[in-house]
Design a protein around this ligand. Structure first.
Ligand SMILES: [Zn+2]
Length: 604
């Protein structure tokens, strides 16, 4: 139960990074190759990118350098994420960061020269190469925001310094914060980020859950000022960059790469804050009644509806669920799922210093990797299905597209992942008529899929928007301001149905996404698309699946609006979002009805 050091985890529960580099010396050799390739590139092309032909020839070499860098960067990041306390990993990460800063400074002339080409040369190059069309289109789009070549070079040289706040955030959170044991019912229990989020936060024992909560947030409070200052540094860096590059607002700057206009962004936040809140308050009430909690607090929201029904699931047992639920995606997809277990793509271990939450990293040219801390709950199966959704996305797009075409807008990133959660739920529901089982499955989607994507991340998005509004107005933030903004959003959403007790305002400290631009809102955007498409798959079967696979393969060659359209969803209107909110309301109706049925059956 207590977090063990990385050195004690079982090999079979770890990912096999040897598929990236067989040994540390192979990794080192790759760094030499990169240095040499970058030197040659700058020698050959600096001052020589003058027309469509030279641009395309340079782009081929440029892409080849990226293909060398990606596995090295992945290797460094994955090692760091498996154990942030490992100083070798930290040092390797820092060394790689400065190599990247140096290399991008050395190669920054390239984008500057491309940007200075006459528009007709760029357009001609775009027509001649499908692989670089999107990349060149973005060079053209970004042209008005490009700075003097020497300025671009300096910014590139400072890139690892400018990215430092995210590193600092992780070091504070995962290295410095040491959580003391907490006491409940006369017993001592260990605590950590992963234990709190993976175990205690959902513990059905109210006394224990609340004691863990109190101890967890007391430790966060000790670090709130450092964490806030780190975050403010990140925000000021973004705002300064946005100003220097001539964007009207920091929102325009951050949405630029997403190819999303402000309307789509605002609609997602406004509509959910207003229309989803009443449904979720009903859900909180249901939890309160079922568990006989006299006063519902923020610390009680993640308790499962029917904890005694929660089966324990081993990693081995997860295969059956994953294989069966996702088999609807076809043979090629199923083959990938099997490989993910057989070739150890996933790091399941629970250890000290491991990154919290879960993620999937999909290096171009290699297979995807997944990080998760397996605690054995059904929620883990949903999380794994989610991460395999990212894997399945890039498994398809990386094979179908060139390195610069594979990755779509952030807006779309969470659609394939949440799709797999829906497929998992639909599969489980289809195979049972037992009201208790059905209630447990629906509760899992509400408590996990929709709660996570439409509540947790959306409330982060609503808070983040308030933060950026301040930053745009030329202000800064500190712990006091962030606490107030976070508390305000929580209180607005939950109203008088849930008490936002002391500590909850520090929830902003838990989320690394704030260092990734306007990311939090994209979860609900992605799930809106996937809810609609999963309904189509349920109704229409294979034709809808095939269209979806087509969308996955399209990678970054289409905008989010176009990708959604390919899958039959029009996100330029608010209809899909309203329909999805109504669907969530319907799930909560079902939970209420099934709870009555279960109670009646128990009496009978
Ligand atoms: Zn995801």
């Amino acid at each position: 139960m207590s977090a063990i050091p990385r050195s004690e985890v079982k090999l079979e529960e770890t990912w096999n990074l040897k598929d990236l580099f067989a040994s540390e010396s192979d990794y080192e050799a790759r760094l030499d190759e990169i240095r040499e390739a970058v030197r040659k590139f700058s020698e050959q092309y600096k001052g020589n990118v003058t027309d469509a032909a030279s641009a395309l020839s340079a782009l081929k070499d440029y892409a080849a350098i990226y293909e060398k860098i990606i596995p090295a960067g992945t290797y460094v990041n994955l090692l760091q994420s498996e154990d942030q306390t490992n100083s070798d990993h930290q040092m390797r990460g820092a060394a790689f960061g400065s190599l990247m800063a140096k290399s991008s400074a050395e190669m920054s002339f390239f984008e500057s020269e491309l940007s200075q080409l006459p528009e007709e040369e760029l357009k001609q190059a775009m027509e001649q190469s499908e692989d670089f069309r999107i990349y060149l289109r973005d060079i053209l789009r970004f042209k008005p925001h490009k700075l003097h070549p020497e300025v671009e070079k300096v910014l590139a040289a400072f890139s690892s310094v400018l990215d430092a706040p995210y590193e600092l955030y992780n070091v504070t959170k995962l290295v410095d914060m040491d959580f003391p044991d907490f006491e409940a019912g006369g017993e001592q229990f260990p605590n950590s980020y992963n234990l709190f989020e993976g175990t205690w936060e959902t513990d059905p024992d109210t006394e224990k859950r609340r004691a863990a909560y109190k101890a967890f947030y007391e430790k966060l409070a000790d670090y709130q000022h450092t964490t806030a200052k780190t975050y403010d540094t990140h925000l000021q860096t973004e705002k300064t960059t946005s100003d220097l590059r001539g964007f009207d607002t920091v929102f325009d700057y951050l949405l630029f790469n997403q190819e999303v206009d402000r309307e789509l962004y605002d609609r997602q936040i406004d509509l959910i804050m207003k229309e989803l809140a009443p449904h979720m308050r009903r859900y909180a009430k249901l939890l309160q009644n079922v568990h006989g909690i006299d006063r519902m607090t923020f610390a009680d929201l993640k308790v499962p509806l029917d904890p005694s029904y929660e089966p324990k699931i081993t990693i081995e047992e997860s295969k059956k669920y994953i294989f069966e639920a996702l088999s609807v995606m076809g043979d090629d997809y199923s083959e990938m799922l099997k490989r993910s277990y057989d070739e150890r793509w996933t790091d399941f271990a629970q250890n000290k210093g491991k990154s919290t939450g879960a993620f999937c990293s999909s290096p171009y040219g290699v297979h995807p990797y997944i990080l998760i801390s397996w605690s054995g709950s059904m929620e883990d199966v949903f999380v794994l299905a989610h991460e395999l959704g990212h894997a399945g996305h890039f498994y398809n797009s990386n094979r179908a597209q060139g390195v610069f075409n594979a990755r779509p807008s952030l807006y779309f990133i969470e659609a394939p992942s949440t799709m797999n959660e829906m497929l998992m739920a639909n599969h489980l529901l289809k195979n049972s008529d037992d009201p208790r089982f059905k209630r447990w499955v629906i509760a899992s989607i509400v408590a996990r899929t929709y709660y996570h994507n439409f509540v947790t991340h959306l409330l982060e998005a609503a808070y983040q928007r308030k933060v950026y509004e301040r930053i745009d107005a030329g202000q800064s933030v500190n712990a006091g301001v962030l606490n107030e903004l976070k508390r305000g959003v929580l209180e607005e959403f939950w109203g008088s149905d849930v008490t936002i007790e002391e500590g909850a305002e520090l929830t902003w400290m838990r989320q690394p996404h704030y260092y990734m631009g306007l990311y939090p809102y994209t979860y609900s955007a992605g799930l809106t698309i996937s809810t609609q498409v999963s309904k189509r798959i349920l109704d229409e079967g294979e034709p809808a699946v095939n269209e979806w696979l087509e969308v996955l393969r399209a990678g970054g060659t289409k905008s989010p609006v176009e990708l959604a359209k390919m899958a039959g969803v029009d996100i330029t209107t608010d209809a899909p979002l309203r329909d999805t909110i109504a669907y969530i309301g319907g799930l909560i109706d079902q939970l209420e009805q099934l709870t009555e049925e279960v109670a009646a059956n128990t009496k009978a």
